[in-house]
Design a protein around this ligand. Structure first.
Ligand code: FAS
Ligand code: PHB
Length: 389
């Protein structure tokens, strides 16, 4: 078997890259270790920057997003029982789109199927070979048979726990990591959202986030202990805890109902440098992770795809190596700024078990400054809607 580009992983990164390359007539094979249903069952991101929206439009998969997505012009923050709205549109002229990653992935899966381009699900033992040479290969097992695929390039779109980053010799890669001393307990429910916009809460009992997937489907998160067990959280316990962290208006408006998904996610900041190893490129979560407080994870995957897609088109159409040679530095420049914003938002809004009284006062002063300064709000807004590609 042969393909010009083998894409490992059929999450948003891999599917978006595959769709864009296929549109350019570049032959791709996507190899995914899970089933389509499993990939779609993971409840993840909810907010798309305009850059990511444009990528989906270019890929020809934005119709449902524009029909069903919710355009948000700002967000609310609650601290010390006070609400404050940060107006993205006023400060930046931009908005964000609330449209779940599950829907993005489904739209991309449908496009891949419609295009007839090759995708292998439930591939086992995916292994990367000879990516330091000009003849890389990817092997995998499917239905008991081993397949070996020669290619020009490998795109490691296989997430934080994937095989791609792990295939790089340890002396060729440097990683940077911070693991946060808490997690997020998330719930999905077919209930009317507590507000028309997202609400980020810094409460003495911990962070909370009120988000949504539509005006009839809500997504909520509570800061929880890092070792929290989701089975210890009945729906009732979740709703009662969320209600105590909201302000009176939110507590009054909160509509509760049965959960359709409940899970605990760890929070970490992580970056691997560089993101290119010969003919292997790391894309999306395989190269970086952000705490979801800044809603950057999926959006960073989109900008990585932009840079690698442009580079591969330059290679195949203009016979230029400039793009592939510059991919890592270009992607990392945007990644580190999003890592900073995600780390800052996490520090601003969470209660850290070990923080000193001085650090707690600093957090309070940071929030007071944010609530009282247009310049501070403009800085939050320009990072939240997405820095330029
Ligand atoms: P993904 O992890 O989505 O996809 C990688 C794919 O590769 C998966 O389908 C996996 O099955 C496959 N794979 C793995 N190993 C493989 C192998 N050896 N061979 C073949 N395939 C393999 N971001 C936000 O912006 N907001 C959020 O609220 C948010 N919540 C999150 C919650 C959780 C629990 C997690 C883990 C992430 C969350 N994120 C959030 C970040 C998330 O949205 C990612 O940024 C996004 O999924 C990145 O997409 P990919 O890079 O495609 O990686
Ligand atoms: C979500 O809707 O899942 C979501 C929104 C904003 C975030 C994190 C998660 O910062």
């Amino acid at each position: 078997m042969r393909a010009q580009v083998v894409i490992v992983g059929a999450g948003p990164s891999g599917l978006l890259l595959g769709q864009l390359l296929h549109q350019q007539g570049i032959d791709t094979l996507i190899v995914e270790r899970r089933s389509p249903d499993y990939v779609l069952s993971r409840i993840r991101a909810g907010v798309l920057e305009q850059g990511a929206q444009s990528m989906l439009e270019e890929a020809g998969v934005a119709a449902r997003m524009h029909a069903e997505g919710l355009v948000h012009t700002g967000t609310e923050l609650i601290f010390n029982g006070k609400r404050h709205r940060v107006d993205f549109k006023e400060h930046t002229g931009k908005t964000v789109m609330v449209y779940g990653q599950t829907e993005v992935t489904k739209d991309l899966m449908d496009a891949r199927t419609a295009s007839g381009a090759k995708i292998i699900y439930e591939a086992e033992d995916v292994t990367l070979h000879d990516f330091g040479s000009e003849k890389p290969r990817v092997s995998f097992r499917k239905d008991g048979m081993t397949h070996d695929v020669a290619c020009d390039f490998i795109a490691g779109c296989d997430g934080y726990h994937g095989v791609s980053r792990e295939s790089v010799p340890t002396d060729a890669i440097k990683t940077f990591e911070r693991v946060y001393p808490f997690g997020w307990l998330g719930i999905l429910s077919d209930t009317r959202p507590v507000s028309d916009e997202l609400i980020y809460v810094n409460d003495p009992k911990g962070f909370a986030l009120c988000s949504m997937r539509s005006m009839t489907r809500s997504r909520y998160y509570l800061q929880c202990r890092i070792d929290e067990k989701v089975e210890d959280w009945s729906d009732e316990r979740f709703w009662n805890e969320l209600r105590t962290r909201l302000d009176p208006e939110g507590a009054e408006r909160l509509e509760t109902g049965p959960s359709i998904e409940k899970s605990v996610a760890p929070l970490r900041s992580f970056v691997a440098e560089p993101m290119r190893f010969g003919r292997l490129f790391l894309v999306g979560d395989s190269a970086h992770i952000v705490p979801p407080t800044g809603a950057k994870g999926l959006n960073l995957a989109a900008s990585d795809v932009r840079y690698l897609f442009d580079a591969l088109v330059d290679f195949y159409k203009d016979h230029s190596n400039a793009g592939i040679d510059g991919y890592s530095a270009r992607a990392l420049a945007r990644i580190w700024k999003a890592e900073r914003f995600s780390w800052w938002m996490t520090g601003l809004l969470h209660r850290f078990p070990e923080s000193s009284p001085f650090e707690q006062r600093m957090q309070g002063a940071e929030l007071d400054y944010l609530f009282s300064s247009r310049a501070a709000q403009a800085a939050l807004a320009e990072n939240y809607v997405g820095l330029p590609y």
